[in-house]
Design a protein around this ligand. Structure first.
Ligand code: ASP
Length: 328
């Protein structure tokens, strides 16, 4: 039987009502007790590095999870991470960069309702996550949710209540699970050689979601605190002039200080195309202006946090180098 490490981190799946609202309180052992069939497909051990609503999960927690995977990599055949759904897509993207070339599967799952409830999605998601993890074909970082297997770099939470809470954005789901068996749409080649682990992330990334009339003095903050700026702009991508050029000249100054700006779009699907319109193309001459193209916002943010500590002059080249199909 495959040996699988459950890394339980909290989330709705492990939550119970408290006086102050739903909060993680169900231990990994109790979590597993609701899905006895898992013991039929694999041998599970568990750790609980932190127990949080995923609203409170950030880069230090991503590094802690990656460290646990690294330390236990030789002992286990795969890793299941139970996690809150709210920031699961960020954690999945971050782990896709922190744990690369992994021939062993790293599977994130969670649920919209807690495991103790009768009509919960938690039990199926847990059973599916372990079934996929124990399947000999699986490798790398994925989200398993509502019967779909989604690449860690492509997952996005798109519904706050429904059981089909996660979408695979601009890339097909890798597989579906039916009665605990994976059926593959895409067979990813098994990575060869040793896994590669990273140990640092730079939190100096800021996402500026444009609204019509964005004021230029936002750069008073950005100049001081941020090394890479992700601009969620409109449509195919661009940056407004508003007649006085104030925003554009502040962006120019920001880039002149050797910082990076990545343009992405607020539109849900199909990515950016910065050169289509003058409002985008005029940015090209300004400095290190990149575009996210088909990358999700979560993957864009996590990739920058991962690259900033080591990429230096290679940042542009490495940003555009695909990792787990994050950019097409
Ligand atoms: N607030 C919860 C969390 O992200 C929501 C969930 O798990 O579905 O931890």
């Amino acid at each position: 039987m495959k040996k699988i490490l459950l890394i339980a981190t909290g989330g709705t799946i492990a939550s119970k009502p408290t006086e102050r609202g739903l909060a993680p309180a169900i231990s990994p052992e109790e979590l597993l007790s609701y899905v006895p069939e898992i013991a039929e497909v694999c041998d599970v051990s568990s750790v609980e590095p932190f127990y949080l609503d995923s609203t409170d999960v950030c880069a230090e927690h991503w590094l802690a999870i990656a460290r646990i995977i690294e330390e236990n990599y030789q002992t286990f055949d795969g890793f299941v991470i139970t996690h809150g759904t709210d920031t699961m897509a960020y954690t999945a993207a971050a782990l896709s960069y922190l744990v690369r070339n992994s021939a062993k599967p790293v599977v994130l799952t969670g649920s919209q309702k807690s495991v103790y409830l009768r009509d919960t999605d938690a039990r199926k998601n847990l059973a599916d996550a372990f079934a996929f993890c124990a399947d000999g074909e699986a490798s790398g970082v994925h989200v398993v949710f509502d019967g779909n297997v989604i690449l860690g770099t492509r997952a996005k939470k798109t519904r706050t209540r429904s059981y089909n809470a996660f979408a695979s954005v601009d890339f097909p789901a890798i597989a579906i699970l039916r009665d605990g068996k994976p059926f593959y749409y895409i067979r990813e080649p098994k990575p060869q050689g040793a896994p590669l682990f990273s140990h640092a992330l730079d939190g100096g990334v800021f996402v500026l979601k444009l609204i019509p009339g964005q004021r230029a003095d936002i750069f008073d903050y950005l100049d001081e605190h941020c090394r890479a700026l992700v601009v969620e702009s409109f449509g195919s991508g661009g940056f407004p002039d508003y007649g006085d050029g104030a925003l554009l000249s502040r962006l120019q100054r920001f880039l002149g200080a050797g910082k990076t700006a990545v343009f992405t779009t607020q539109v849900e699907r199909e990515g950016s195309a910065l050169d289509n319109y003058e409002v985008g193309r005029r940015l090209r001459a300004m400095g290190r202006v990149l575009e996210a193209r088909s990358m999700t916002l979560e993957a864009t943010v996590a990739k920058l946090m991962w690259l900033l500590p080591f990429a230096g002059e290679r940042l542009e080249e490495l940003f555009y180098t695909p990792v787990m199909y994050d950019i097409l």
